[in-house]
Every structure is written in C-alpha cells, then in structure tokens.
Write a protein that binds this ligand. Structure first.
Ligand SMILES: O=c1[nH]c(=O)c2[nH]c(=O)[nH]c2[nH]1
Length: 313
C-alpha cells in the first residue's frame, strides 16, 4: 500500500541541556572567578529524511552527541561567557562539522548570577540570584559552508516590573459588552519578554574560528545591557497611556541606543491589579476615574497580552 504522507519538515536535537561553567581567572595574582549558567536547546537538520522514512540511523548524530557537544564547548569555547557568541560558535560548529547537517538552531537561556557585594565591593567568587530575569539568545545558522548565514536574536524574559503611578487607560472603544471603567491612575505590572534581531556584519564571514571577530564588532553584552536598561527606564518614566503605547516608546528607545538592532519584539502581559471595593466598610478605595486606589487584588489570571515588533525604517 502506498503511504499517504511525505515528510515535509524535520529537525531534532537536545532540549533542556543544563550546564554551568566557571572560568577561574587571576587578576594581580588574586583569584577572580566568572560563572555562567545556561539552559540550552540545540536542534539540527539536514539530509536526514531516511532516519524517519527508512529507519536508517546512519545519518543520525545522536542527541546524546549533541548534548556532549554543548558540554565540550562549555569547556573549550573562548566565547562561553558571551551567550550570543557561544550560540554562534555552537551553531557554526554543527553545520561545518557534519557534511549532511545544514541548519542548526541554538537557543540559550542564561540564568542570573550577580556578584555578592561585601563592604561595597563585588566579591571575587561568590554570587547571588538577585532576579528572575534571564537573558535569551536564539540563533539559526544555515547557508553554504564558506558562506554561512545566521539569524540572531538577543533578548530577555521574566523581567517583572510594577509601577504605582504614571499609568492611565481611558478613551478606549466602548460597546454593549464593555464594563471596564476608565482610569487616570492605575497600577501597571508586566513580565517583560524582549527579542531583538541583530544582523551579522556583512563582511565578516561566519566560521567557528571567526566568531570572535563578529562578537568584537557587535559587542553583544553591551546590547544586552542596553535592552534591559532602556526597558526599565522607559517603563519607570513613561506617562503610560496604555501597555501598547509604552511598548512602542520602549522599542523606539532601544532602536536609538542600539544601532545594531534591526527590530525588537516585545511581549507584555498586562498583569492586572484590581482595586478592591471597600465601600461596604465606608472606605474610599479610589474606584473612580481619578484612580489612586490603595488596596488591590493581584489577579493571577487572566492577563491582557500585548505584543508588537518595531522595526528600523
Ligand atoms: O493598557 C491596556 N491596554 C489594553 O488593551 C487594555 N484592555 C484592558 O481591558 N485594559 C487594558 N490596558
């Protein structure tokens, strides 16, 4: 009997690879350590149809080998402390090492470790998880060996913020199903996910050994820090007319401060803080248009979800 289907897409690899690396440095003869902790997804694709269609494993680089590669590179890559460069290095490796592998998707989540301050000074080898936010990198390496291309996205997620003033929401569309009251002064909280596209420099070929030059030209850690700083500063200072308007203003700030960014996508859940009605107790909790409530129900769900991409003209 002929088969009704053909295989129209495939990729495979290892997900949720957890790895931490310590770099033991010395400055003026004294130990200074750096630590980085990743969760990695590494997927590959190429001439591998037969592994699905003919049960032929001869083309399958085992997912166990993919995981080993992540650990091997965590030890040997000169870029291990720079997530975007590390992802490019891994991606370029997979598509150059195996003739039949043509595309690699490398997604890194970097977990936060900040130096502990002791007497106002950063400790040399002690760290604290002082925030839930993670930096994210997503790289797709493809093209022909000798002319590799990479689609690189750098961002952050789980950056939880809250402001208690400078946020209104009024003059919105009203119809027969509208119950929402207009408000001049509300709480605004969101958990920021930001993803910025960063094209590679056109005249620097991507090879496993060429990643250093690309990383030097683009300076990924500075871009990453700027995205966080801009996001926080605009959130704090914007006189927000809506999540939508604040998102747009934030993205514009990033495009100004980071010339290397081609576009930036934000995904912003509107984590609603609902003023509690205390009128039964003859207490005014600011339920009118002027707002200014003091007691809120932090609603776990539902949340609004506001997303947009702002692209450089
Ligand atoms: O900033 C907001 N944008 C909306 O689209 C929206 N919708 C809603 O109910 N509240 C809000 N707030």
């Amino acid at each position: 009997m002929s088969e009704p289907g053909f295989i129209s897409s495939h990729r495979y690899g290892k997900d949720l690879v957890r790895v931490a690396r310590v770099v033991r440095d010395k400055v003026d003869g004294k130990d200074v350590h750096h630590v980085i902790e990743y969760t990695v997804r590494a997927l590959i694709d190429g001439d591998i149809d037969v592994s699905y269609t003919k049960a032929d494993n001869s083309v399958v680089v085992p997912t166990d080998t993919v995981k080993n590669t992540v650990n091997y590179f965590a030890k040997t890559s000169p870029h291990v402390l720079d997530p975007a460069a590390f992802a490019l290095h891994l991606g370029a490796h997979f598509v150059t090492r195996y003739d039949h592998i043509h595309t690699a998707w490398i997604d890194l989540t970097t977990h936060k470790w900040s130096r502990i301050a002791v007497d106002g000074e950063e400790h040399k080898w002690s760290f604290v998880r002082d925030g839930d936010e993670k930096t994210t990198v997503s790289v797709v390496v493809g093209g022909e060996v000798g002319h590799l291309t990479a689609d690189l996205k750098l961002g952050l997620k789980d950056l939880l913020v809250l402001k208690t003033s400078g946020s209104a929401f009024d003059k919105f569309w009203r119809d027969e199903l509208t119950t929402l009251a207009e408000v001049k002064d509300r709480l605004f909280s969101t958990s920021v996910t930001a993803t910025a596209s960063i094209p590679l420099p056109p005249n620097t070929p991507l090879t496993p050994d060429g990643v250093g030059e690309i990383a030097k030209a683009l300076d990924f850690p500075t871009i990453s820090a700027a995205i966080k700083k801009d996001t926080l500063e605009v959130f704090a200072t914007d006189e927000s007319a809506s999540v939508q308007a604040t998102l747009y203003n934030t993205a514009q700030r990033v495009l100004i401060s980071c010339p290397a960014v081609k576009d930036i996508h934000y995904s912003l859940p509107n984590k609603h803080y609902i003023p509690v009605n205390l009128s039964a107790f003859k207490l005014d909790n600011g339920l009118g248009y002027e707002g200014g409530a003091e007691v809120f129900y932090p609603a776990p769900d539902p949340s609004g979800l506001i997303e947009a991409t702002v692209s450089r003209k």
